[in-house]
Design a protein around this ligand. Structure first.
Ligand code: S6P
Length: 600
């Protein structure tokens, strides 16, 4: 191993698992749709990996993790038995907040249907608008997190608080956990994340004397007295480095659904929560994973199709029903912060718009075009100008209104044949062939469950998970095909909060082999758009940098080119202008610097 490789692997070792580069997906930017599905399949398989003899990391199936899930499920049961005085709060930023919303909505719906009090509540940093748009700045605000939590728990005697931060890094969640730790007479805090505690973030947080790792350590100490719980199985690195919407989001859903349902069964059906029943829930999700990826040909065809649409600067529209519509909206809106996509590159729509979402703040459609989400809106505003290059993907299940599905599909077909579907049905209750035949590619999964399960929340949750895996593959694959990703790094990330600022520096170190201080300087030059950094700029805190970076494009690629080619800001920007596809720009930059160093 030469010196550069050694430096590189030391740097990689220093990163938390959730920020590492996954060796499985290192060449994802150079493969076709079919190979991409296999890569994603192998990355997702790591969620369920059983490494009993791994002394360093606990995995999802590890007995300690399962036991903590049992303990938390017992707290859920206690809360459900005392609904007047209790509340269960799920909270997170970005994807973690969106999953919190989805889980709370479906759990409350189930409680309502069974005439029980709805005691679950969600918090998403930045409020409901963060469900459809990226609100990265509130993620950095611990005081805002604590304040929001305090407000929704006012007057409650028992609060089970579940703070989700996949990277164990979000200050918003750290502030909430810290608040709970100061009020353990009322609050039982749970931290859900996917790094070992020693890898939790230890950088300073705005206006705080502690950092995330301090909080995680205090939580671990309290766990010995069963006053707090840390649930942190390791899932392996993400397929696109740091993109926790993928495995992190799926595992959050799997873990919290199991806990909530186990607690519910114990409270209302007298079924004691045991490690066996928790691992049974996880195995059921593993079966969903296997069934979904067994449709790899259709999935590859859909990735290819979506990639073609994006390459032609056309659009992908997800038209979903019920919670599958929410999965579509979520996946689509995440492409904006993840790939720097325009909000209308991939866009989601749901039947009945906000009425179907049942979010706390109600109809947000007046906030702007990103919030126009109903099928009717699609028909009124998109359909008239739909072109053959635009891809339309329906998301529905056998118990959705198939008349509505057929009628809308008919309308779309009059404008384009680029119409496809992901559809779920049951062996004893299938979608009629006449409906299936309306779609070019239909990824139809017929699940081996009995027809009594058709209206069960559990069935729906499995369909949601399956749809999430498919859409994550489609939107990731399409952006990779468009050239947004270099190796398995999304280099052109928007540096809009402190986590992303740290990630940007890591990426620069990873690719240039330069020291941290050199990379910071190049990044700041790109952020402040100057060759001469002033003392004010270099000494400003990270929130000032992210505020400035949020208003600028291509800061990381610009910094990368400046370092790699030893050129000025203007030259770096010119280089990027000549290569609108990021992957080509980075490739060209590495090739030219290689030639230069050979000549030197
Ligand atoms: C990740 C997504 C982000 C994260 C958010 C919270 O793919 O784009 O919005 O969900 O930053 O991250 P975490 O680690 O606190 O769950």
């Amino acid at each position: 191993m030469n010196m550069d490789d050694l430096k590189l692997s030391c740097h990689e070792l220093s990163l938390p698992v959730t920020e590492k580069c996954n060796p499985i997906s290192r060449d994802i930017d150079r493969v076709n749709g079919k190979q991409m599905v296999q890569i994603l399949r192998r990355c997702d398989a790591e969620i369920f990996e059983k490494k009993d003899h791994d002394p360093f990391h606990q995995r999802l199936y590890s007995s300690a993790v399962i036991q903590t899930m049992v303990d938390v499920a017992k707290r859920v049961e206690m809360m459900l038995r005392d609904p007047e005085e209790s509340v269960i709060v799920l909270s997170g930023c970005g994807t973690s907040g969106r999953i919190a919303f989805l889980l709370v909505t479906s759990f409350n719906e189930m409680m309502k249907a069974q005439k029980q009090k709805q005691i679950c509540s969600y918090i998403i940093a930045g409020g409901d608008r963060a469900m459809l748009t990226s609100q990265e700045a509130p993620e950095d605000d611990p005081a805002l997190g604590a304040h929001t939590l305090e407000k929704i728990c006012a007057g409650k005697k028992h609060v089970l608080f579940i703070g989700i931060s996949c990277g164990m890094s979000a200050p918003f969640v750290a502030g909430q956990l810290d608040f709970c730790l100061q009020h353990l007479d009322i609050f039982t805090p749970v931290l859900l994340g996917f790094n070992p505690v020693h890898m939790a973030r230890s950088e300073p947080m705005q206006g705080c004397s502690f950092h995330f790792k301090d909080v995680a350590e205090r939580m671990t100490a309290e766990q010995r007295h069963e006053k707090a719980f840390v649930l942190n199985p390791v899932l392996g690195a993400e397929a696109i480095s740091g993109s926790s919407r993928m495995k992190g989001g799926s595992a959050t859903k799997i873990i919290l659904e199991s806990i909530l349902l186990a607690g519910h069964e114990a409270a209302f059906r007298g079924k004691r929560t045991t490690p066996e029943c928790i691992s049974g829930w996880i195995t059921a999700s593993e079966m969903v994973y296997e069934t979904t990826y067994s449709h790899s040909d259709e999935l590859a065809a859909l990735i290819h199709q979506a990639g073609e649409s994006l390459r032609m600067k056309a659009h992908v529209y997800y038209i979903g029903w019920g919670t599958l519509g929410i999965i579509g909206l979520t996946d689509a809106s995440e492409c904006v912060p993840t790939y720097g996509a325009d909000f209308d590159d991939i866009r989601g729509f749901i039947n009945n718009g906000f009425r179907e979402m049942k979010n706390k703040e109600g109809d947000l459609s007046c906030l702007g075009p990103e919030f126009v989400i109903g099928h009717k809106d699609f028909v009124d505003t998109i359909l008239p100008s739909l072109s053959q290059n635009d891809m339309v993907l329906f998301l529905f299940a056998v118990n959705d209104d198939l008349h509505e599905v057929t009628a809308l599909a008919d309308q779309v077909r009059r404008r384009t044949s680029n119409l496809h579907a992901i559809a779920h049905d049951l062996e004893k209750f299938t979608i009629p062939e006449t409906v299936c035949n309306m779609f070019g590619t239909i990824l139809r999964i017929t699940w081996p469950f009995s027809s009594e399960e058709v209206n069960s929340v559990v069935m729906r949750q499995r369909w949601e998970l399956s749809t999430k895996w498919c859409l994550n593959a489609i939107s990731t694959g399409a952006h990779v095909l468009k050239g947004k990703v270099y190796m398995n790094y999304m280099i052109d990330l928007r540096v809009s909060n402190s986590k992303l600022y740290t990630r940007a520096i890591n990426i620069l170190q990873r690719f240039t082999g330069c020291s941290k201080s050199e990379c910071v300087r190049a990044l700041l030059r790109a952020i402040y758009s100057t060759e001469d950094l002033s003392e004010d700029m270099t000494s400003a805190d990270v929130w000032k940098h992210t505020d400035a970076a949020n208003r600028r494009d291509r800061v990381v690629p610009t910094a990368l080119v400046m370092i790699q080619c030893g050129c000025t800001l203007t030259e770096a920007r010119h280089h990027l202008d000549c290569h609108p596809v990021i992957r080509d720009a980075v490739n060209a930059c590495f090739n030219s610097s290689k030639t230069k160093s050979t000549v030197d």
